[in-house]
Design a protein around this ligand. Structure first.
Ligand code: UDP
Length: 255
């Protein structure tokens, strides 16, 4: 069988050439990394959970009119997406203090922020994804003012929708990271669309009652079994109704 052409391999995903021009296949790996790759492990079944969670969240966002690169899930580990020109920014939206923000300003982890805060980080592993301002973004040509305006709007709409969705299942959306891309239609009109993934690898989710963490902080700080946390999120969202946390513990169904 002919091998597919691998377009890109990142820490948690591989992109392959898609079946039609302008499409890609996004494959979710089981690799867990933190602290810019300093900590690494294989968590069997994580890729399957992230594929399902990302499919679910991108689909719900699409339904409320957020343009995304997502087309459809193909199998347990792969989804078909539109090929976009990735804007080299990690857009972080925060509702509660945690992680680098809590550290930078000496805030207590979990304290409610006066309002949602949006930050931009320049995507560069060599530089450790530095925090940047609108000035850097526009001066270095990573995005225009108009594009940043659109990105900010989309990021806040995504935050509002996801915060409500997670509150409904007893979870607090502490913060998350998204990436956007440029997509051209048949009339050569460009649109900014949500790209990459939306999974517990890129967001902090705490239980509303107990503040138990179900996200990648489990892995970063050894706070518990990573896959069980992700499976709990999937279970609450009503994904994998056939598989509770017990079923994803083994290697059988999730390879
Ligand atoms: N985040 C991410 N990729 C990164 C850095 C951060 O997905 O390279 C996510 C992270 O999971 C969290 C949010 O962005 O949900 C804010 O992360 P923070 O700046 O607090 O950095 P961290 O504590 O992860 O180093």
């Amino acid at each position: 069988m002919a091998r597919r052409r691998r377009v890109y391999e990142g820490k948690a995903k591989i992109l392959y050439e898609g079946p039609e021009p302008g499409t890609l296949i996004q494959y979710f790996k089981d690799d867990a990394t933190a602290f810019n790759n300093a900590k690494h492990a294989i968590v069997t079944g994580k890729g399957v959970l992230n594929n399902r969670i990302s499919e679910f969240l991108m689909t719900r966002l699409g339904e409320i009119g957020i343009p995304t690169h997502f087309i459809k899930r193909l199998n347990m580990r792969e989804q078909l997406v539109r090929e976009v020109e990735i804007i080299p920014l990690e857009v972080v939206v925060r509702n509660y203090a945690a992680g680098s923000l809590a550290k930078r300003f000496g805030l207590e982890e979990g304290s409610l922020l006066p309002r949602s805060i949006v930050e931009y980080y320049y995507k560069s592993d060599e530089l450790g994804d530095p925090l940047v301002t609108e000035e850097h973004v526009t001066a270095f040509g990573w995005a225009t003012y108009q594009e940043l305006d659109e990105i900010l709007n989309l990021a806040l709409r995504i935050n509002d929708f996801l915060s409500g969705l997670f509150t409904g299942v007893g979870l607090k959306l502490i913060d998350f990271k998204v990436e956007f891309g440029r997509l051209w239609d048949e009339n050569d009109e460009m649109r900014i669309v949500l790209a990459d993934e939306l999974s517990p690898d890129n967001m902090r989710l705490w239980d509303i009652e107990t503040n138990e963490r179900y996200d990648k902080d489990r892995f970063r700080f050894g706070l518990g079994d990573l896959k069980q946390g992700y499976a709990e999120i999937a279970r609450r969202l009503g994904i994998l109704p056939e598989a509770g946390p017990a079923d994803v513990r083994g290697t059988g169904t999730l390879q």
